[in-house]
Design a protein around this ligand. Structure first.
Ligand SMILES: Nc1ncnc2c1ncn2[C@@H]1O[C@H](COP(=O)(O)OP(=O)(O)O)[C@@H](O)[C@H]1O
Ligand SMILES: Nc1ccn([C@@H]2O[C@H](COP(=O)(O)OP(=O)(O)O)[C@@H](O)[C@H]2O)c(=O)n1
Length: 208
């Protein structure tokens, strides 16, 4: 059983994917971490983010079991991830890894930008999670502040808008809603209400 959760930055897709995975007792993969790991590797090596050969090398050497979500959550790493994610060869290098994760065992919940459109076009349930960019920027600002990180709302809003535009306009696997995905706008839903709504929608899609 594959559940695909896509959506723009800071829409709450990771939070929902984690909770749905716990509910259905499935493993969860935050595919954004793969692109973040590639971006972080290039930053660490002091390489330009358009160095395709280095980015593909970093993608091929990712160890899924050793992804450090906390370290990769840095704001500049999100920006770097979006840059390397526009390189088709990087996406190709990560595709099989994501598919293997989903195909092993009982299935999986995966969240990202192209899970329902490219990685698992035949997923059993597909959600596309959104919220207004103002609300998403509010959430990301609060998240960073709660971790004691510097967080300026206006900067984060501008960064999210730029990243969404890049992710939506790239040629390779752009961010878009799959034809058969269910849209879930969480602007006016708190995390618990969003989860209950998502559960109803996925139960219905899975005919549970
Ligand atoms: N429905 C919601 N209402 C308010 N805050 C939320 C909601 N869903 C998630 N959050 C919070 O917003 C931030 C971004 O959520 P996250 O799941 O990391 O988004 P994404 O995976 O889409 O980037 C986190 O701090 C999370 O706790
Ligand atoms: N399936 C995916 C997941 C992420 N990404 C890229 O990776 C970046 C970081 O993704 P993320 O999900 O960690 O970002 P947030 O929504 O958590 O801010 C995105 O801006 C995309 O450019 C992608 O292209 N395809």
């Amino acid at each position: 059983m594959i559940i695909a959760i896509d959506g723009p930055a800071a829409s709450g897709k990771g939070t929902l994917a984690r909770r749905l995975a716990a509910h259905y007792r499935l493993p969860h993969l935050d595919t954004g971490l793969l692109y973040r790991a590639v971006g972080a590797a290039l930053i660490e090596a002091g390489l330009p983010l358009d160095d395709s050969a280095a980015a593909v090398g970093a993608a091929e050497s990712i160890d899924l079991s050793r992804l450090d979500a906390a370290a990769l959550s840095r704001h500049d790493v999100g920006e770097a991830a979006s840059r390397v994610a526009a390189i088709p060869a990087v996406r190709a290098a990560l595709l099989d890894r994501q598919r293997s994760f989903g195909h092993g065992g009982p299935g999986a919940v995966l969240d990202g930008r192209d899970i329902g459109t490219v990685v698992f076009p035949n997923a059993d349930a597909k959600l596309f999670v959104t919220a207004t960019v103002a609300e998403r920027a509010r959430r990301r600002t609060a998240e960073m502040a709660s971790r004691g990180l510097h967080a300026d709302y206006a900067t984060i809003l501008a960064d999210l808008e730029r990243r969404d535009a890049r992710d939506s306009n790239r040629a390779s696997a752009p961010l878009r809603i799959a034809e058969d995905a269910i849209l879930l706008d969480t602007t006016n839903l708190d995390a618990d209400a969003a989860f209950l709504r998502a559960l109803d929608l996925t139960d219905a899609a899975l005919r549970l």
